[in-house]
Design a protein around this ligand. Structure first.
Ligand code: ATP
Ligand code: MG
Length: 378
């Protein structure tokens, strides 16, 4: 069943790639045929999908139909010439595209990120202090701007750090996530990447977060779709345009994140791109305690709750795992409080019960691979 679904999705993507390629070459009948096939496979895939993704897939398939319809009468948009439904779908596609430009002003700070002392120091020097101490930075010839790659297992705070950098220097925050570029903005990926960078350049300061960077710059280029094959050089050249002269009116920072540093194309790590690599490991005992504390803050806690002990017991758990642990541990006392009408604080046994059922999300094998990679200099 799942295989069948992935077959349908693969077919849809393959036709889409072909269709876009044909469109670029000006072969409109072939382009139209392939976009229609892409829509057809996506509709079939949607039938095998459960909500809410189902609706999204139907929407995207409709957008593909609209795109195909627009090719019938060159020069006119689907909204103007296509049937009513196609016009509506085209609107949906445009509305989706504007999501690119949704930028955040994160309020998280580096102090909220537990542990990771060395990595945070590097980040402060490269990305925060040049803004908070501009005079000193000038004296020491420290440049503003530039790029950084964060690598490590899932749930260790990479996304959080990127947001915290934006929070520290009051910068707009943009995310580029290849899986979304590919699925949401089919056929418009290039324009949207350009739009995102244009929008970022208009901000006094912006952080562009390249998530899943291994998909953007994979080492084995034969695995790349045609859309990606065009997007990668585009993004790389946008990165180059980011030179870090101190007197530029606006400053852009780049932060990439990956769970697969070993499958990254070295090109992305060249000077001027993501030229510094930082390992973001699992939290140590002290950091685990801090994460537990911040996730339990403000909740009713029993005085016998010993977070030092919980921190000791949770070696191998990621920050995301610990957050989950704290969330789940609240369930039983919450329910009990409702049932008895008396507030029952979170006790050690609540944590232990959940912990028992919650396995670390990062496997030993995966962890060992990261440690090896980092030990070899990253
Ligand atoms: N070092 C940390 N300090 C505080 N909280 C953390 C830390 N690491 C993870 N967390 C918690 O886990 C959540 C998920 O972390 P985040 O999304 O930053 O992980 P990630 O490294 O980006 O993971 P992925 O590689 O899967 O994208 C955070 O929102 C935070 O609540
Ligand atoms: Mg992340």
């Amino acid at each position: 069943m799942a295989d069948n679904l992935s077959f349908l999705l693969d077919k849809s993507v393959a036709h889409l790639d072909k269709g876009l390629e044909m469109q670029r070459q000006g072969n409109l009948p072939e382009a139209r045929y392939n976009l229609l096939k892409a829509a057809e496979f996506l509709f079939k895939a949607a039938e095998k999908t459960s909500p809410p993704l189902k609706e999204k897939r139907v929407e995207r398939a409709q957008a593909l139909l609209a795109q195909a319809a627009a090719l019938e009468k060159p020069g006119k948009s689907a909204a103007a010439s296509g049937p009513k439904t196609a016009g509506k779908a085209a609107e949906t596609a445009t509305a989706d595209a504007s999501e690119w430009l949704v930028r955040e002003k994160p309020d998280v700070r580096l102090a909220d990120v537990a542990g990771l002392g060395e990595a945070k120091e590097q980040i402060l020097i490269k990305m925060v202090y040049p803004f908070t101490h501009p005079e000193l930075a000038k004296k020491y010839g420290i440049k503003k701007g530039g790029g950084l790659l964060l690598y490590g297992p899932p749930g260790t705070g990479k996304t959080m750090i990127a947001k915290a950098v934006a929070g520290e220097i009051d910068a707009a925050f943009y995310t580029v996530k290849p899986s979304e570029v590919m699925s949401k903005w089919v056929g418009e990926a290039e324009q949207n990447v350009a739009r995102l960078f244009d929008s970022a350049r208009k901000q006094p300061r912006a952080v562009i977060f390249l998530d899943e960077v291994e998909a953007l710059a994979p080492r084995r280029s034969q695995n790349i779709s045609t859309v990606m094959a065009r997007l990668v050089p585009q993004i790389l050249s946008e990165l180059e345009g980011f030179d870090s002269k101190a007197d530029k009116p606006n400053t852009l920072l780049f932060i990439g994140a990956t769970n697969e540093p070993w499958s990254l194309d070295e090109a992305i790590l060249r000077p001027g791109r993501l030229d510094e690599k930082l390992y973001i490991p699992l939290p140590d005992e002290k950091a685990r305690k801090q994460i537990l504390q911040s996730n339990l803050k403000g909740k009713p806690l029993s005085p016998e709750l010993n977070l030092d002990e919980v921190a000791r017991m949770t070696e191998g758990y990621s920050g995301a795992d610990l957050r989950r642990l704290c969330e789940k541990a609240s369930d039983a006392p919450f329910l009990e409080s409702i049932q008895t009408g008396q507030e029952r604080p979170i006790e050690m046994r609540d944590i232990l019960t959940v912990l028992h059922a919650l396995k670390p999300s990062v496997s030993q094998k995966n962890l060992a691979r990261f440690e090896r990679f980092a030990a070899q200099g990253g």
